[in-house]
Design a protein around this ligand. Structure first.
Ligand SMILES: [Zn+2]
Length: 254
């Protein structure tokens, strides 16, 4: 059987569902609670992620969106209970700000062994009504587990991280990962990005669970990224259009 998704266990009731075959190497996270299960993001939408989710849990699924970019909402079409942060509720509901052609070229940017039934000509950006709207500091209880919404704009205007204090998990979306941090689109904001990094630095984090690339992100990585952004800011370089800056283990594209 052709496995588009890779499933990795983070702990007994937390899973990463990843798309390593694609250059974006997206990660979605399935968190099992006693009442329901939470799915953080749904990936590229190239294969049916619901099949994988259903093989792990039969509880009702609530989908939480870290941000409304195509590589995080691709599988939303398979679910009914979708939540999005208030500042991106228009983006998900008919007003995604990027042309489909740009998204398609991004999907095809690097060679990829796509599943046989995938045809890029039929690819669509998910658009639909969210079931509920999320706000900063909301806490979602899903049965023995709590997830706190942290509003962390910069990569996109309504980007959020999810914090599970009991386990020290920070689901960091596209705010923190080992790769090129993107704040160069017109809809991004490099100074907000820096301030969001400073915000999450205040939380006790034992494990960073990123939206892309390696799952083994060292815990001092938040400080490293903070140093990188602060250096650019202090040197008056943190301005859009300035290009890509390399640091140890990551780069910043503004
Ligand atoms: Zn992303």
């Amino acid at each position: 059987m052709y496995n588009w998704f890779t499933i990795e266990k983070i702990d007994d009731d937390t899973y990463a569902i990843s798309e390593y075959k694609h250059w974006e190497q997206t990660h979605c996270y399935l968190l099992l609670g006693k009442q329901k299960s939470i799915l953080i993001d749904t990936g590229l939408g190239i294969e049916n992620i619901k099949t994988v989710v259903s093989s792990i849990t039969d509880k009702p699924i609530q989908v939480i969106t870290t941000h409304v970019h195509w590589d995080h909402i691709g599988g939303h079409k398979y679910f009914n209970n979708i939540c999005v942060y208030e500042k991106e509720k228009e983006w998900i509901d008919g007003h995604f700000p990027m042309p489909l052609q740009a998204v398609k070229s991004n999907l095809l940017k690097e060679p990829c062994n796509f599943p046989q039934n995938f045809d890029v000509n039929n690819y669509k950006i998910f658009q639909g009504k969210p079931k509920s709207i999320l706000y900063d500091n909301d806490v979602i209880n899903f049965g023995g587990r709590n997830l706190q919404i942290l509003y962390t704009p910069g990569h996109s205007p309504g980007h959020i991280c999810l914090y599970e204090e009991d386990r020290g998990y920070l689901f960091s979306g596209d705010l923190i990962y080992e790769g090129t941090l993107d704040a160069f689109y017109p809809s991004t904001n490099p100074v907000d990005f820096m301030n969001s990094i400073k915000k999450v630095k205040n939380f006790d984090v034992d494990r960073i669970l990123p939206g892309h690339y390696s799952l083994n992100v060292p815990n001092d990585f938040i400080c490293k990224i903070d140093d990188g952004f602060s250096e650019l800011y202090l040197n008056n370089k943190l301005k859009q259009g300035n290009g890509i800056f390399q640091f140890n283990g990551f780069s910043i594209h503004i």
